[in-house]
Design a protein around this ligand. Structure first.
Ligand SMILES: [Fe+2]
Ligand SMILES: [Fe+2]
Length: 175
């Protein structure tokens, strides 16, 4: 059966978390003396910018969060602002990783990459356990159907990219 919008996002979170684990492992390796592998971090940045941010966060920001901020959504203590803020902190960490790669600065890369890993784990925990379940009760059927339709359109239009990133996730896990 087709996945509903929450199951789609939950599954993407699983992928994002599995890449976060690999990034953490690589950083711990560097801390114990491993050489800097710029290629690995370039691929990690590509994954975060395109899969996590462009593909996953944009569905939250442009579709789900917009529905949650409509007056008819019965959201008490709306956590959307905090989630948006955390997406931005994540983007700053990525900026730091990229600057580190450019300068060949291991410490800067590790510091920003581990900051990112911690942030994204906590962020995903909040969405999976608080925000998404809240959306389930706050949104009416019309909103949910609209989210579902728009998600399916995005998935369809990004099928090729999705395949590419599934392969990258598989390669990362083999490291
Ligand atoms: Fe998010
Ligand atoms: Fe998310």
């Amino acid at each position: 059966m087709a996945k509903n919008y929450i199951q789609i996002l939950n599954k993407e979170h699983e992928n994002i978390l599995s890449v976060a684990d690999v990034i953490e492992k690589e950083c711990n390796g560097i801390k114990s003396g491993k050489e800097l592998d710029k290629d690995f971090f370039n691929k990690a940045v590509d994954f975060i910018e395109n899969y996590t941010d462009k593909f996953h966060h944009s569905k939250e920001e442009d579709i789900l969060f917009k529905e949650l901020c409509k007056p008819e959504a019965e959201m008490h203590c709306n956590p959307v602002d905090q989630m948006l803020y955390e997406h931005d902190i994540g983007r700053n960490f990525v900026k730091g990783i990229k600057e580190g790669i450019k300068k060949g600065d291991k410490e800067k890369i590790v510091e920003n990459a581990l900051g990112y890993v911690q942030l994204i784990r906590e962020h995903i925990f909040k969405e999976d356990n608080i925000l998404y379940p809240m959306s389930e009760s706050a949104l009416n059927k019309e909103s949910k159907d609209s989210i579902q339709n728009r998600f399916e359109k995005v998935l369809k239009s990004m099928e090729e990219e999705n395949k590419k990133y599934s392969k990258i996730i598989g390669d990362f896990k083999k490291r």
